[in-house]
Design a protein around this ligand. Structure first.
Ligand code: F6P
Length: 764
């Protein structure tokens, strides 16, 4: 079993260093003998080739001399007269025009030099020339350099048994030999370099392969299938499997432990994550400062994301990086754009990032909310994709990446990237902080590959997200859709059983982590006004009697929330059950959102028109069946509405999770109240004892609403008990812990891998 002895801070660069060292050693092992071999080969071969070429050149000179003699004989013999001394001399001079011939001389039968060219050396007589020519090599050293001597018979009409002495200048042969030697040495060097390059490449590839194999094994790839590691890894494979199995079991048992609280999450961060810095990145900030006449006002935005992440940040005390969108945001930060929040109990840092109006228009309203939002929600609103929006989206993702790098105090922080505003951020971060654990959570649904493919930049978005160590969705269906999209559009290795994607040497774990809410403590819930007071307040606000039936919807004013569909259900309810007239009111609280977009303005108009129509149809001067309150409600008000209502209605047409449903359940510590919940909200997977409806089915939704309003107290209590158990246990701390434990497992595997690699490098 491999023990985990506390990691070096910089484990990634350590392992990179180790890879390089190991790789270098491997390469040197091959290269040194190779270089030695080449030197020996050059040492033996060069003189040998030198000798051979000299012999070839000399043989060539002998042949050339014979040819000169033959030529001369033929020329002179063809002349009708006996050759004169002048004619002979001119033949000699003609022959030495060839610059390689140094001199020519003619010896008679008595070994006397009778004719010669000017350069013929005086100290060389015919006898010496014959003796020299008989040697091998036939070379004579003169003061001006070496000459080669050839003596060939020459018979002329007036000369019997003559001998022609041809002296060849050897300097050009020496030059050629030197050239040959140089080329030969160059050939050896080129050969050596080529072989060295191939060796380095082969060694590098096999080392990378080894390292990749080790890492894959450590990450648990192939654990669920018969996996045959390469022979050199078999020794460690068993130990690693054992270690991973133990870690998995431990993680599973910890996940199932009863209560996950802020305190336990803090412990987990300190033990499993060794107190690493936690950085959250989201577009929406948890606290917005607005400038008012009386000073700065702080608001918590209506955002499921903020509802879920804020308590986690309170527990972890990290840094939350978000867009500073409030009119008073700049006034409330320090010179580093930081402010401690929550205002009443500062426990973590909010770091604001600024956008110009044009950037916000392109990145947030344009690409994120006119493109990605309708793309991912099947609510029958067409996505709009503009190149200029995409350019802003890329630039802002880069700006947030820079902010993360600036805020990171270590090389391996845990970065929690939130939502569809930052699809490119994980990969940008991976490039800048390779050791970071990047956990990306996609808060909205992920569509099927056909729908997703309409986005012109679908590949870039997938690649961006695959920079994450862990990529989370609310439901298994959304994770599966993502994996299928990767399968459709990228050349990546997907392991469906293990839910991992290997792409560009990075492994991403894709899982379903159903998000949740902070489960209020007894101290917190004891601060709430009583259910009775809340009921009275709500009815007083509506101007109705204490026994009036009330159902509420609390949403952002968004077309995905099914507000029109639920109003149709109210309309149908009143048609079917006229006895409810003047005895029942539906209150819709709708927080204004993205109001500058046409699609939202149109939707708001439609909802108002429909409200008026239904109210006109069923209401009178003293009673309106639908009350539409298009205003932001703060969290205390929302809690009071949840506690004061008989029934909470969530009819999203498509929703990642929907935390309104869970918040309602958490607020009902009286054990009563009913929940009508859309089957298209992720929450329906868990809250299955709610009244589940298809919001497009008006009859079914109207019937569920009726049932919710008229359900017996006993049935309400039974359903609510099961809902509350579910939300209390699967609270947001469990959600965060689940992802962090998975991340811890990855980090630990990486560290063990770094250690094995460096150990191997040391022993190599
Ligand atoms: O679920 C997506 C999400 O980002 C949630 O955080 C939140 O419910 C909503 O959209 C907030 O929208 P915005 O930040 O655009 O107001």
């Amino acid at each position: 079993m491999l023990a985990d002895h506390g990691p070096p801070k910089n484990n990634h660069s350590l392992s990179e260093h180790s890879y390089t060292m190991k790789s270098l050693r491997l390469q040197l092992r091959f290269l040194l003998p190779l270089v030695l071999l080449l030197v020996i080969a050059a040492y033996v071969t060069v003189p040998l080739v030198d000798k051979l070429t000299l012999r070839w050149f000399l043989r060539d000179l002998d042949v050339r001399s014979a040819l000169i003699a033959e030529n001369m004989t033929n020329t002179i013999v063809e002349t009708p007269e006996v050759p004169s001394q002048r004619q002979l001399q001119s033949e000699f001079n003609r022959a030495i025009r060839d610059e390689r011939i140094f001199a020519i001389g003619l010896c008679n039968a008595d070994n006397k030099l009778t004719n010669s060219t000017a350069a013929f050396p005086q100290r060389l007589d015919c006898t010496q020339a014959r003796e020299a020519a008989a040697q091998s090599p036939a070379i004579v050293t003169l003061p001006r350099g070496d000459v080669h001597v050839t003596v060939v018979p020459l018979t002329l009409p007036n000369l019997k048994d003559g001998r022609l002495v041809v002296l060849h200048d050897l300097s050009y042969i020496h030059l050629r030999s030197a050239d040959t030697r140089r080329y030969l040495i160059m050939l050896f060097v080129a050969l050596g370099c080529g072989m060295a390059l191939i060796t380095v490449l082969v060694a590098h590839i096999s080392w990378r392969g080894w390292v990749a194999g080790t890492k894959a094994l450590l990450r648990g790839e192939g654990l669920l299938e018969p996996f045959r590691p390469p022979p050199e890894l078999q020794v460690v494979a068993t130990d690693l499997r054992e270690m991973l199995r133990e870690m998995d079991e431990e993680r599973r048992s910890r996940m199932h432990q009863e209560d996950w609280t802020p305190e336990r999450l803090r412990q987990l961060l300190n033990t499993d994550m060794r107190g690493e810095q936690v950085i959250v990145v989201s577009n929406r900030e948890p606290y917005i400062h607005f400038k008012r006449e009386e000073g700065l006002e702080v608001q918590r935005p209506a955002s499921g994301l903020v509802t879920a992440i804020e308590p986690v940040m309170r527990a972890c005390s990290g840094t939350w990086i978000a867009h500073g969108s409030g009119s008073g945001d700049r006034e409330s930060v320090d010179h580093n754009d930081r402010v401690m929040v929550p205002p009443d109990d500062p426990s973590y840092t909010l770091r604001r990032v600024w956008l110009t109006e044009e950037e916000e228009q392109g990145y947030y309203f344009g690409f994120a909310n006119e493109g990605m939002w309708p793309l991912c929600h099947l609510a029958h609103v067409r996505p709009v994709f503009r190149l200029s929006d995409w350019e802003h989206y890329k630039a802002i993702n880069q700006r947030f990446a820079d902010a993360v790098v600036k805020e990171a105090r270590t090389e391996d922080p845990i970065v929690l990237v939130q939502d569809y505003h930052f699809a490119l951020l994980p990969d940008l971060l991976r490039a800048r902080l390779p050791n970071a654990t990047i956990i990306t959570f996609w808060h909205i649904p992920w569509p099927n590959p056909e729908s997703f493919g309409v986005c012109p930049w679908h590949e870039e978005i997938l690649k961006g997200l695959l920079g994450s160590s862990i990529l989370g969705f609310h439901t298994r269906q959304h994770s599966r859709n993502f994996l299928e999209s990767v399968d459709r559009f990228l050349e990546a290795r997907i392991r469906m059983e293990e839910s991992t994607v290997s792409f560009a040497n990075d492994l991403t774990q894709v899982n379903a982590y159903p998000i949740s809410i902070h489960w209020p403590s007894i101290e917190e819930s004891s601060q709430w006004p009583s259910v009775q007071d809340c009921r009275s307040d709500l009815r007083r606000m509506l101007g109705v009697s204490e026994d009036h039936l009330v159902a509420v919807g609390i949403d952002r004013f968004d077309y995905t929330k099914g507000i029109i569909e639920r109003f149709h259900a109210v309309d149908r309810l009143l048609q079917k059950h006229s006895e409810l007239k003047r005895r029942f009111t539906f209150v819709q609280f709708a927080a204004p959102t993205r109001s500058s977009l046409d699609e939202y303005q149109l939707f708001v108009q439609q909802v108002h028109t429909l409200t008026d129509r239904i109210n006109a149809r069923h209401g009178d001067s003293s009673w309106q069946p639908i009350r539409l309150i298009a205003e932001h409600q703060n969290s205390d008000e929302v809690t009071r509405h949840y506690r004061g209502t008989d029934c909470c209605v969530v009819t999203s047409l498509h929703d990642g999770m929907n935390l309104v449903a869970k918040e309602f359940v958490a607020a009902r510590d009286d054990g009563h109240g009913t929940l009508v919940l859309s089957q298209f909200a992720g929450a329906a997977r868990e809250l299955n004892t709610a009244l589940i409806v298809n919001p497009y089915d008006v009859e079914e939704t109207a019937d569920a609403l009726y049932r919710g309003l008229t359900m017996s107290r006993a049935e309400q209590a039974e359903r609510m008990r099961s809902l509350r158990t579910m939300v209390r246990e699967d609270n947001v701390y469990r959600w965060a812990a689940h992802m962090l434990l998975d991340a811890a497992r990855l980090r630990r595997a990486e560290r063990v891998s770094a250690r094995i690699v460096s150990r191997e490098a040391r022993t190599a």
